[in-house]
Write a protein that binds this ligand. Structure first.
Ligand SMILES: Cc1ncc(COP(=O)(O)O)c(C=O)c1O
Length: 501
């Protein structure tokens, strides 16, 4: 995609300095406004749509999705009500149904189009909160949480930060979470979940128990289990079938964070599809359009198998809403927002332009490219692939999905010094040196402008991630990124690593 660097040329402070920040008293010609805006922000744009952007987990933009999203802006539809935008309502109905089918979820799920997975969590977990408290005889929408039976939340120790933020926003609080132990790839351990479900203090309240929802036993106490497919660093997936069965035995509601990983459901590889086996047994799911589906920002999707709980948690009927009459979807009932943009136009266009086969090809190509990168990078001296899988992967596959987690190794210790915890004089602590080298390589690759990587921390140590999520990324883009990474590793290891202590 062109020759401009993938990274921005200017920092936010530099863009701010170029931007005219004086609030104008009078009007300015619209063309002049746009010219000035483009000029001021140009160097502050990151080419996140570039096929050489491998940072975070960020998709590109499919041409049809881009055009549809531009139209959503041009048409300026408020998607809240079917009567206000029949078009937005109809397109959301179809796009929601298509996503449900592609992800292999039950046909009756209700769907809300949110800003991202963060708000999809808020939406779905509000439905979960509604149901588990209703089952305990508590109407949380009417009475709030003061005096409510405590809700316990069990979630993997490697859950995404947005889960905690959602629980905070819903008034459940971060401390409601019982962290469940995970394995080396960040997958929730079913034995640890079993123990956590069985353990803990019994509830002190005396609210009457109610029958649980479909598929769930009556709950001894309101319980939500949050699981994930597609750990942001490793791409690994929790064993969903086992987790759903265990949680449902205890009357728990299962929510799946599948921001990108849920799309493994469309893969042509049985091993990749195995990553999401059991997903349909959960009670709610959160995923993104703006990651692997390659629609423009912003687009998340909340799906809930209990539409009454979903609507009960979200609907905000106003006296001035006209009844649509034809029973069509009022999107306002399914997301936290009242007014909002017509996000589903882009989802509809993306899916229509790809079809099932195109989406399958997109997902598998990204995984194959990530795997190709992992194989090549594993052969680079001094570089380790931290998320080499021991579970299902495509035949010959090295990493579970589309993420490659890397670390630059620190130099070996002085021969004869067996104690890894004692830095020996003149020799660097390998862990500290590895952290430093890893951060330097990440920064050097991105600064070079040919590829964009982001750093992370994995098991307490610095790491860097290469995420292949863009429909336009080719083998040549990945090979170039691998070459750049290998060169940066070689350069850093050759010079100066010895001073790291
Ligand atoms: C597993 C997981 N959950 C949640 C999120 C948050 O998604 P969003 O940025 O769309 O809110 C991400 C983002 O990368 C993610 O990888």
């Amino acid at each position: 995609m062109g020759t401009r660097p993938v990274r921005p040329a200017h920092s936010a402070a530099e863009v701010l300095a170029r931007l005219d920040d004086r609030l104008p008293d009078g009007p300015t010609d619209p063309v002049a406004v746009i010219d000035a805006l483009v000029e001021a922000v140009d160097g502050g744009l990151t080419a996140t749509g570039s096929p050489a952007f491998f940072g975070y987990v960020i998709g590109g933009t499919l041409p049809a999705a881009l055009a549809a999203d531009v139209l959503a802006v041009v048409w300026d539809q408020n998607a809240a009500l079917a009567s206000l935008s029949p078009a937005a309502s109809a397109v959301e109905s179809v796009a929601g149904r298509w996503v449900t089918q592609l992800l292999g979820l039950p046909s009756h799920v209700s769907v809300g189009f949110t800003t991202g997975t963060q708000m999809a969590h808020v939406t779905a977990l509000a439905a979960a909160r509604h149901r588990v408290l209703a089952d305990a005889g508590w109407d949380v929408e009417a009475d709030g949480l003061l005096g409510a039976p405590p809700v316990r939340v069990l979630a993997g120790a490697d859950r995404h930060a947005t889960v905690d933020a959602a629980l905070r926003l819903l008034g459940l609080g971060r401390r409601a979470v019982v962290p469940v132990a995970t394995d080396g790839l960040g997958r929730m351990r079913p034995d640890a979940l079993r123990a956590a479900l069985a353990g803990g203090a019994p509830p002190s309240h005396t609210h009457p128990g109610h029958a649980a929802g479909p598929g769930r036993a009556a709950a001894a106490r309101p319980t939500i289990v949050i699981t994930q497919v597609g750990e942001v660093n490793t791409g690994a997936a929790d064993p969903l079938a086992e987790i759903c069965a265990l949680a449902h035995e205890h009357g728990g509601w299962v929510h799946v964070d599948g921001a990108f990983g849920l799309w493994a459901a469309v893969s042509g590889s049985p091993a990749r599809r195995a990553l999401v086996a059991g997903a349909a047994q959960a009670d709610s799911w959160a995923t993104d359009g703006h990651k692997w589906l390659n629609v423009p920002y912003d687009c998340g999707i909340a799906l809930v198998a209990d539409p009454a709980a979903h609507r009960g948690a979200m609907a905000a009927p106003a006296v001035y809403f006209p009844p649509d009459g034809a029973g069509q979807l009022d999107p306002v009932d399914w997301t936290p927002e009242f007014s909002r943009r017509a996000r589903a136009f882009a989802v509809y266009a993306a899916l229509r332009s790809l079809g099932r086969a195109g989406l399958r090809e997109l997902v598998d190509r990204c995984c194959d490219l990530a795997d190709h990168a992992a194989h090549r990078l594993a052969a680079v001296p001094g570089l380790s692939v931290l998320n080499a899988t021991d579970g299902p992967a495509a035949p010959g596959g090295l990493v579970p999905l589309n993420q490659v987690l890397l670390r630059v190794d620190g130099p070996a210790r002085r021969p004869g010094c067996a104690r890894a915890d004692i830095p020996s004089r003149g020799y660097p602590d390998p862990a500290v040196a590895g952290d430093r080298l890893t951060r330097e390589v990440t920064a050097a690759v991105t600064a070079g402008g040919e590829a964009y990587l982001t750093g992370t921390t994995w098991r307490g140590q610095a790491a860097m991630r290469l995420s292949v999520s863009n429909w336009a990324t080719t083998l040549a883009d990945v090979d170039r990124a691998v070459d750049v990474i290998a060169a940066a590793v070689a350069a850093r290891r050759a010079g100066g690593a010895g001073d790291a202590r």
